[in-house]
Design a protein around this ligand. Structure first.
Ligand code: NDP
Ligand code: GDR
Length: 322
């Protein structure tokens, strides 16, 4: 029988790749969508006719009950969040409500309406924050460094708690940074690839950046959504770290992106304190051994390939718009 999935955050980067994956697998896909004055469907324009949208918001419990009721899902993927770390210092309460308590709202809706649905929570390597061990794995203690990270720790533990309290099939995927041409332009990878393309085409003169020494474990979003699906196909619910096992500095990212377009980044990059965070996560490096062993998960796209893919995509998009 056709499987049914409900995705919150369907308009975001991961929602779009996950919807593609589930549609390819023959799922009936429902997407929770917030009302906006102008529809923001850029990431899912190509598949929007295959998705059944349900209006709702993680902050509005009634709308979530309605969404679970209409979709009667076998699987629920909670990808919705205020997901930008920088904004979480400017809107800490909203971030706590959406990214933290919002998880309880959707878990409650599932528990009340369809408790046998399998549930995926989009947890984050930002929970490791000021890391207490390297590489970070499922057993590494959390030490979040932003209101976003703090909210994600709440979301993680409430997911574990619903599994233990109500015997729900609830999994928490602790995903390290993953990127793609569909990444929001304020995140560092896309900010850099977009700027490099603009500078190459003479549309921008400089790129203002924050801390170039931060290190991240960056993978490709298309590879990471496969791990989300795999977690919900197992016999038992569990938590998994999803990462590449490689770390790179922001400066390396800049070098590759500009270098790919034969530009010397030092001629264009300016450090602007505005982009330096009140508390930084200096180094993230994940250990994905458990996911590789238990889920049979693997990566297809490496770091350099990811960055050049994003640069090429931005360049093409801008050339087409000229
Ligand atoms: P995006 O920011 O691209 O997408 C976030 C989605 O959440 C959007 O669809 C947005 O809708 C929706 N949303 C925001 N607020 C609400 C709300 N109140 N009610 C309903 N929907 C809402 O994030 P990503 O796709 O990159 O990430 C997906 C999830 O994974 C997020 O939870 C993120 O925190 C987490 N994560 C991401 C990682 C990454 O590297 N990408 C790593 C680890 C975790 P709208 O379009 O209307 O704004
Ligand atoms: P992050 O992603 O905070 O890791 O969260 P982001 O791309 O915003 O920052 C990565 C690192 O780059 C440094 N940096 C800058 N960042 C931005 N955005 N803009 C800049 O100009 C800049 N200069 C330097 C940052 O200080 C940071 O160290 C992402 C989000 O997707 C979260 O939702 C997710 O949970 C985590 O990844 C894993």
């Amino acid at each position: 029988m056709e499987k049914r999935a409900l995705i919150t955050g369907i308009t975001g980067q991961d929602g779009s790749y996950l919807a593609e994956l589930l549609l390819e697998k023959g799922y009936k896909v429902f997407g929770l969508r917030r009302r906006t004055s102008v529809p923001i469907l850029e990431n899912i324009e190509h598949i929007k006719n295959d998705i059944e949208f349900i209006d709702g918001d993680l902050l509005d419990m009634g709308s979530l009950i309605n969404a679970v009721n209409i979709s009667q899902p076998d699987e629920v993927y909670n990808l919705a969040a205020q997901s930008f770390v920088g904004t979480s210092w400017i809107q800490p309460v909203l971030t706590g409500e959406v990214t933290g308590v919002g998880v309880t709202n959707i878990l409650e809706a599932v528990r009340v309406v369809k408790p046998d649905a399998r549930f995926y929570q989009a947890s984050s390597s930002e929970m490791f924050g000021k890391v207490v061990e390297t590489p970070q794995k499922e057993t590494t203690p959390f030490y979040p460094r932003s209101p976003y990270g703090v909210a994600k720790v709440y979301g993680h533990w409430i997911t574990v708690n619903y599994r233990e309290s109500f015997d729900m099939f609830a999994c928490s995927g602790i995903l390290f940074n993953h990127e793609s041409p569909r990444r929001g332009v304020e995140f560092v990878t896309r900010k850099v690839t977009d700027a490099a393309a603009r500078i190459k085409l003479g549309l921008q003169k400089e790129l203002r950046m924050g801390n170039l020494d931060a290190q991240r474990d960056w993978g490709f979003a298309g590879d990471y959504v496969k791990a989300m699906w795999l977690m919900l196909q197992q016999e038992k619910p569990d938590d998994y770290v999803i990462a590449t096992g490689e770390t790179h500095t922001v400066q390396e990212l800049v070098e590759i992106a500009f270098g790919h377009l034969d530009l010397n980044w030092r001629d264009y990059v300016v450090i602007d304190p505005k982009f330096v965070r009140p508390a930084e996560v200096d180094l993230l490096l994940g250990d994905p051994s458990k996911a590789k062993q238990k889920l049979g998960w693997k990566l297809d796209v490496g770091f350099e390939q990811l960055v050049t893919m994003m640069v090429e995509s931005d360049l093409k998009r801008m050339e087409n718009n000229r």
